[in-house]
Design a protein around this ligand. Sequence first.
Ligand code: PLP
Length: 388
Amino acid sequence: MRTDILIPQRMRNAQSVLSFETAHELGERLSTPLLVVSKSKLVETYCTMHEHLPGVELYYAAKANPNPYVLETLNELGCSVDVCSHGELLAAKGAGFSPSQMLHTHPCKTRQNLLDCYNEGVRWFVYDNESELDKIAGHTPDIKLLLRLATSGGSSLINLSAKFGADPSEVIEMLIAARERGLDVRGFSFHVGSQCVNPSDYRTVLHSIRKCWDEAAANGFLLEVLDIGGGFPAPYRDNEMIPLADYCDSVSVSLQDVFGDISVRFIAEPGRGMVAECMTLVTRVLGKSMRGGKRWYIIDDGLYGSFSGKVFDHVDYNVIADNPLGFPTYPCVLAGPTCDSSDVVAHDQWLPDLEIGDLLLVPTMGAYAGASACPFNGLPVAGSTMID
Ligand SMILES: *Cc1c(COP(=O)(O)O)cnc(C)c1O
């Protein structure tokens, strides 16, 4: 049976989690820009991952979106959390997660970050270089470690091995370096890269990780944890995605095929895949003009705000106008509210004629959007609320 090729019945598109009617109600009560979390969508996503990645413990990567509604909902569901800093730890703790259940995945931490998280009770950490081991041996020698390995190639939009991860050729050296310092390495972690559109990438990477695992075993290092990181993709403006269940099934089959013959505790750290689709932005038109024959709309959120993902996360968002009667649409420039002329959200967004005050909906805003927003120009970042 070919399990690496999927022929999906239906594809996933970027969908708003709320109607314009609800957006208008919320827009009356709360100010825009507003990020709206759908609890039911988040629950559905978590349950799909939980069910279709059997035997894999889910550690949500708080980096993608440390919003309290998101964290509280995931905590209620029994999800675990992956943090990279004391700030993320405090956000997760505030939402009910216990530090003793957290995994700290930053391979290159400041001493303060290490100590702050250790003092709160975190005991699982990640390393990918020898100097990190010196830090750990000097301050927190009783922690459990995962060795982060670099992966290569693949279909991911964002390479997360360009900066972190030991080369697979250095594995034994890195394990010996830890043992020489009396440190306890329990397994490997890796990240296939974020927005990994092809689940068969995991299979390729898992094969190379299995070689490292066996090499470690042959050298007397008995490992127990394999952390497969994140990478689960979301649909944006111009891309459809295979259904999440099918995607997870493919990863799960690869795990069984490559590691099924030995006893391993599997962990995944989904960020984007868990939260991108549960959040929709409600933004408002605050200005309009005609320039060089083209319609320009200025809206109340932009590249410095929730659309920061266009800069840092390399994605384009789908912007939806309320147009039930199907009025003609035109290619428009959609620009953010700051005085920076590069603050343009889209140069070619097809929209009907809009008036000042009209609302627009922007789906798939749950990951790496609000999380990297800043209040440049004295303009506050979007607020948030939860529905359902
Ligand atoms: C960013 C990150 C994640 C989450 O990645 P996604 O692609 O959003 O799922 C998981 N683990 C680590 C170590 C990360 O840096």
